[in-house]
Design a protein around this ligand. Structure first.
Ligand code: ZN
Length: 93
């Protein structure tokens, strides 16, 4: 059976794009800054605070924006130890 693509809107660039629900890429967004969790307004990356992690919401992003986020993550991972807070886990009590 063929998977039916869904049309959604990218949270980052606001463009509509087609995706397969089972394969869509998602990013944790901080609604307070409207940026991906851990990303600062200047485009640099830092470890998100527990408060930001707790309020973060999972949003759909298009492949292009996923690439940009992944690039930043890789850039940060190079000098630093593995970045463990990017997971989609629920905030701990
Ligand atoms: Zn996008």
């Amino acid at each position: 059976m063929e998977e039916i693509p869904t049309i959604g809107r990218c949270h980052l660039c606001k463009q509509t794009f087609g995706f397969t629900p089972a394969q869509v890429m998602t990013v944790m967004m901080d609604p307070e800054t409207n940026l991906p969790l851990g990303m600062t307004i200047s485009g640099t990356f830092r470890e998100p605070t527990p408060e930001a992690t707790a309020r973060a919401v999972e949003v759909h992003v298009c492949p292009g924006c996923v690439g940009r986020v992944e690039q930043l993550k890789e850039f940060m991972d190079r000098p630093a130890p593995p970045f463990g807070t990017w997971s989609r886990g629920h905030p701990r009590p």
